[in-house]
Design a protein around this ligand. Structure first.
Ligand SMILES: [Zn+2]
Length: 151
C-alpha cells in the first residue's frame, strides 16, 4: 500500500491509497480517482519536496501498521448473566473483606471517619437518610443492593 497526496482542480487536498504506483496510474487513467469533496476527476499528485529536489524517489508513505493504524480500545460492557455473575463476585469480595457491623453501620462509619474507631472496611445496613447524612459529612460510602442470599 502506498499513500499519495492528491490535489483536485478545485484545489482540494486529499490522500489516496493505492496498491502501488502502477495501480494509481491505472485508476487515474480510468477516472476512478476522484476528489472526496467535489467529485472532480481532474486529480493530480502533489509534487513532493523529495521529487522537487531532483531525487527519483517515489514520495510514498508505506502504510505500516504502526504509523497509520491507531489502536482502538473497545470497552466491553458485560450483559445479562455475565454481569450478574460479576456483580455477585464484587459483592462476595466486599463481604469477605469487610467487617459486618449490621445496623450500626452509620455510627461505625462516622467513628472511623472521625478517627474514633480503627480504620477498616465495614459493611452493614443503613437507611437512605443515614446514607445521605453520611455523604453530607463527606464520608465515602458505597450503597449496593446485596443479592438476597448474601444476607
Ligand atoms: Zn475537489
Amino acid at each position: 500500500m502506498i499513500i499519495y497526496d492528491l490535489n483536485c482542480d478545485n484545489n482540494h487536498r486529499f490522500e489516496g491509497w493505492f496498491q502501488n504506483a502502477d495501480a494509481f496510474e491505472a485508476q487515474l487513467d480510468e477516472k476512478l480517482v476522484c476528489c472526496p469533496q467535489c467529485d472532480s476527476h481532474n486529480v493530480r499528485r502533489v509534487p513532493s519536496a523529495v521529487a522537487i529536489s531532483g531525487h527519483h524517489v517515489e514520495q510514498v508513505r508505506e502504510s505500516s501498521a504502526s504509523s497509520s493504524v491507531a489502536p482502538t480500545s473497545t470497552a466491553l460492557m458485560p450483559v445479562g448473566e455475565h454481569a450478574t455473575a460479576l456483580y455477585r463476585q464484587l459483592i462476595q469480595t466486599i463481604v469477605s473483606h469487610s467487617e459486618d457491623v449490621g445496623h450500626s453501620f452509620a455510627d461505625e462509619a462516622r467513628k472511623i471517619h472521625y478517627n474514633e474507631a480503627p480504620q477498616r472496611p465495614i459493611r452493614g445496613q443503613a437507611s437512605e437518610d443515614e446514607c445521605d447524612a453520611l455523604r453530607d459529612e463527606g464520608i465515602q460510602i458505597l450503597s449496593l443492593p446485596v443479592p438476597k442470599d448474601e444476607h
